[in-house]
Design a protein around this ligand. Sequence first.
Ligand code: NAD
Ligand code: MG
Length: 366
Amino acid sequence: MKLTVELGPRSYPILIAPGAMREAGALTAEMRGRAMVAVVTDETVAGLHLDTLRAALEGAGRQVEAIILPPGEATKSWAHLALLTDRLLALGVERGDFIVALGGGVIGDLAGFAAAILRRGCRFVQVPTTLLSQVDSSVGGKTAIDSAAGKNLIGAFHQPSLVLIDPNVLATLPMRELRAGYAEIVKIGLIGDAGFFDWCDANLDAVLARDPAALAKAIETAVRAKAEVVAADEHETTGLRALLNLGHTFGHALEGEAGFSDLLLHGEAVACGMVLAFRLSAELGLCPAADAERVAAHIVRAGLPAHPRDIGLTTDAATLVRHMTQDKKMQGGRLGLILARGIGQAFTTKEVELATVEAFLAKVLA
Ligand code: NAD
Ligand code: MG
């Protein structure tokens, strides 16, 4: 299955196929650049999947230089960016070459940002290995590192030249990571595709059991939707791409409260945030209460947190609202929220007062 992100001169293909990684050599054969290819990955992924990718690239006459970084969010740092760009320059990577990001969103975001700034811009290929990175972070060209002031605050839009999605690599992914990635899949249904949400509701068990057909359909649907949104609003200026942030404003508040630690994965925070967004929508009379209940039940069934108490957070409404106001989505002192008129009918709004959100959260947390 091949999709294209239509961005004029920056258009690129996304290939989704079981075993696609074995074909990486052929797939990148038409990409020029020298024989040497730098593959950026983390220690965990290197141990599991680097040999497969290396063999595929070497089979096509490339010479692979692996740069292996520690796993975890802490790698999205200035220190690792400096280390990575120094290594890439030492390897003699030129503008015509391409860098391969093999890993989850951490590696994709970091290697993508390095590609964006190395020699004012090198090409890069995304080979995402987590469900989250396959359906979300590898597509769309957002690259970043974290700073002391917050996550993803230093970065660039830099589109990849190719995204290679091999669902087979998910066989080694821990269950908790699989569930977290699933949250970003079901999000696509909740935003604008009620039929896909129905499909998710009916096929949840098969997806989480990594049934190949169910997983492929889920990944394809989510990637296609994201590719369309990115093509229509590459730099998040029209409000369309902002819809992908459903659940993220509440989610970031929960992540902030958890200290961006392993206590709470991003997808888990988004899952809980989506339930809160639907509950607030129902509370405001915008959305049928039955839809909010359906969303909550689905999230619970997926083994994801539907309530802050499921995360074990003891916090209060004022603290969460304070985290929300530190979000990137604040504009002119107004909170940008994604609410819904029902399942598949999300919309952006700046009309909800902070006091209303705080009162809602106080009720939820009571
Ligand atoms: P991650 O990259 O940290 O990967 C999660 C863990 O899974 C890591 O320990 C990794 O080593 C391991 N892993 C990866 N692939 C594996 C495999 N196949 N088998 C076994 N273990 C494997 O986390 P993530 O959830 O993929 O990405 C999170 C990051 O993505 C965050 O930094 C977030 O900000 C970013 N993100 C970016 C975008 C974007 O548009 N650029 C979108 C969403 C998230
Ligand atoms: Mg997200």
